[in-house]
Ligand binder design. Sequence first.
Ligand code: SAH
Length: 505
Amino acid sequence: MSNGIVYLVGAGPGDPSLITLRGVQCLQNADVVVYDYLANEQLLNHAPGTAELIYAGKIGGHHNQDQDEINGLLIAKGKAGKVVVRLKGGDPFVFGRGGEECEALRDAGIPFEVVPGVTAAVGAAAYSGIPLTHRDVTASVAFVTGHEGKDKSESCIDWDRLSLGGGTVVFYMGVTTLRSNMERMITHGRSPDTPVALVRWATSPCQQVLTGTLSDIADKAEKCGFKPPAITIVGEVVALRDKLKWFDRRPLCGKKIIVTRAAEQAGEFTAKLLTRGAAVLECPTIKLVEPASWQLLDVAIRELPSYDWLILTSGTAVRCFFSRMKKLGLDARALAGCKVCAVGPKTAEEIRLFGIHPDLVPSDYKAEGVVSEFSRLDMLDARILFPRADKARDVIPRELKQMGAHVDSPVAYRNVFPERLPPETLFALEKRSVDCITFTSSSTVQNLAAMLGEELMLDMLKGVAVASIGPVTSKSCRDLGLKVDIEPSTYTTDALADALEAHFT
Ligand code: SAH
């Protein structure tokens, strides 16, 4: 007996956060994922690392043979007892051939379930500010294929009703046939002045919208070389876009920005840029790895009661320090007699997550700020623990020692650089389509130079705005020959995101 099952899951139209919770659950349990060209590949990250990923893309054109092959594959995997996710762009049952796949599974006796998705028309409408229905404008909407099968000699579409009914009409797959479809609507009675919108790559950061009327949209599309995949929305509701558009009004809309932080650290900053509308390319130039030896840090942690101060200058240092403490069987109580200094508010927040309220956060969020705060205290013979990265600057230990303190600075983690840049980042740089690159520490820029070579880096970043989190990182940029265009006055990723917004608006 096999327990195989196939889930037909709607991936949504492009924005990877538009999949349903049920869809994510199915992916999390998948042994095999068979995915389409239109399904966002980021969704594959929900599947276990062990899942078999099979691309069933059918770019430009649906061929029966391919469909038979896909059906055969789903049946074979199901028979072999696998949990299969058939991940399809938009909704599986809207121009998605989901019906045919279910029929084939049913005939083969393979159990299946269908998980709906946000179909392209609905996603495009929301993200372009065009309500498909509106009480004052229209009460009906039709989803229509703009590209009937070539073997059909007569149209299955009731053009009269579609044109005269007055409802909103959304064409799928209708870019190459745009002119004939628009002409057909006019000859069947719709006013040539009816507003029309073409929405390409809807809900993704590269969404494009072109508006016109039934009579001129085809010329406009031809003129700017408008390409699929796109849907065409026809109807008076399109006029509401001027008032209701929001996606393209976000401050970083259309800007392609590279984030160079380590993969573990990038997420939060990336999210800040995404909500401002940017297209983000995550390009980790740092890989965080364990120190060559834990010995020095372990000795220090065991002697915590003998220290007066613990200084932590990055979220990574906080996480590494506390996770090592946990490994040694200790918790926050081990810090009972020791004061804690955080370099800035973000680091302080991380420390609070471990149950400790920092005693000191300098107003200038960098090593010099820490030093200046300590210069006001009596540091003679004070014992300081400063767990740090292997390549960290030595400002803090040097200056505090000068004040008479004893400073131990064991390595808590190392920054190394990954072997290569992600292909999408290289591709975008080569195509000169990147607007901005962000550096959030000296290591991020130094490692990029080491990965690409200085000369190639300078060449690839020609015309790309350079954003640096603060003066130390900016100096590292300049030392490598890069001109810094954006630098916030406070050294946090929040302030950096604000500075990017100010720069581009
Ligand atoms: N099942 C899908 C539709 C597949 S048919 C759904 O429910 O959305 C493929 C057509 O869908 C494309 O030719 C295009 O017209 C439309 N489409 C799919 N994703 C799109 C997107 N992100 N932006 C615009 N159109 C899209």
